[in-house]
Design a protein around this ligand. Sequence first.
Ligand SMILES: [Zn+2]
Length: 92
Amino acid sequence: MTGDRTVPHPDGDHPDADVLAAAAAGTLDEHQRRAVDEHAPGCLRCAAELAEWRRFGEAVRRAEDYDAKIGSRRAAISRLQQRLSDLGRRGD
Ligand SMILES: [Zn+2]
């Protein structure tokens, strides 16, 4: 018992990567979130990892937005193609 607690962030103290990922996604429970909030600002490694996960989460959200836009565009295009083929048939 010789001052383990005086070491600011021994390796075992870092939250797991999946905890940091969940923190960035905002899906942690209150207790875990508080632990990350207390630890990460004072720990370069975890702060960097958290920032990385936040960027990743942001990229995923953008990709999902993009997918949604592409999806609705595809639906619009296929409706348009259906109409055009209906019109073409009528013209025959
Ligand atoms: Zn850390």
